[in-house]
Design a protein around this ligand. Structure first.
Ligand SMILES: [Zn+2]
Ligand SMILES: [Zn+2]
Length: 273
């Protein structure tokens, strides 16, 4: 597929030990035309208490990108960041020199990461999801300047609910989702369709098709695909399914980024390549 994965991590992220060369080789094996790395920067993440810091060694990262480009001259190797939404201070990272792409992601809700089971303790499912989405709505001003908004629905990805019951859709949370999506459109901020959700209790891409359709209805046009792979085996996972979902939501084109600017490729062309 003449597309490159727009969400992946290597050992420059605190929660991955994958070599960049192995991730690029996996993209090649999967038939992708490249890979865009989006290493984690998340200030004051709760895991710092356990000594895990979501910061990036930028000189080392730049050098590894240059080496990977030199080793794969026929592929697109993108340099991106996944920046945690924490407040005004996170916006400086969207202006990192040489950056191709920046994802703005909410990983921490009132001091807890919903990827950790403790987040859900003492909350109903509805409360847990609403608190996550309301925190995201509050953080939207600090997403301005990023390329796309990361994995809407993240709280459903590690939710302790049975498959099916964990889904997070527009119908239940339309009001707060509209707040998020309207602001994304106003900022010319894209969405990503994060394909790690298909294998999670949520059972759908992040976000779900109805949320994508609403973004489009409100005037949103920029959509990227990302696997959120932290290891080679996950690079490019479920991209065909995601393209079908994007089309079901009304998208005819999917975006690719370089130097922080989007270009658009027809979905039908990708499905036939
Ligand atoms: Zn993330
Ligand atoms: Zn990620």
């Amino acid at each position: 597929m003449r597309y490159w994965d727009h969400h992946s991590h290597s050992l420059f992220s605190a929660d991955s030990d994958a070599a960049m060369a192995d991730m690029a080789a996996a993209a090649r094996r999967t038939g992708l035309s490249g890979i865009l790395f989006t290493e984690h920067i998340d200030l004051n993440h709760p895991s710092e208490k356990e000594g895990l810091f979501f910061s990036v060694d930028m000189p080392g990262y730049r050098q590894a990108i240059e080496e990977t480009r030199a080793e794969n001259p026929d592929m697109i190797i993108g340099m991106g960041l996944e920046v945690g939404l924490t407040g005004p201070e996170n916006q400086a990272y969207f202006k990192t020199p040489g950056l191709d792409f920046a994802i703005a992601s909410l990983h921490v809700v009132h001091g807890k990461d919903p990827y950790d089971g403790a987040y859900y303790e003492g909350k109903t499912r509805h409360e847990a999801y609403l608190e996550y989405l309301e925190a995201m709505a509050e953080m939207m001003p600090y997403a301005e300047g990023a390329s796309v908004l990361g994995h809407i629905g993240y709280a459903a990805k590690a939710a302790p609910y049975a498959a099916g019951a964990a889904a997070m859709g527009y119908e239940e949370f339309g009001m707060v989702l509209d707040e998020i999506l309207r602001r994304a459109v106003r900022y010319n901020l894209g969405l990503e369709l994060n394909t790690s959700g298909y294998d999670s209790p949520a059972g759908h891409g992040l976000p779900s098709v109805d949320i994508l359709a609403r973004y489009r209805e409100l005037g949103g046009r920029i959509l990227t695909l990302g696997s959120d792979a932290h290891e080679p085996g996950d690079v490019g996972r479920h991209f065909k399914r995601a393209l079908m979902d994007a089309r079901a939501a009304g998208f005819m084109e999917i975006a690719v980024f370089s130097a922080m600017s989007p270009r658009f490729i027809a979905i039908d062309r990708l499905l036939n390549s």
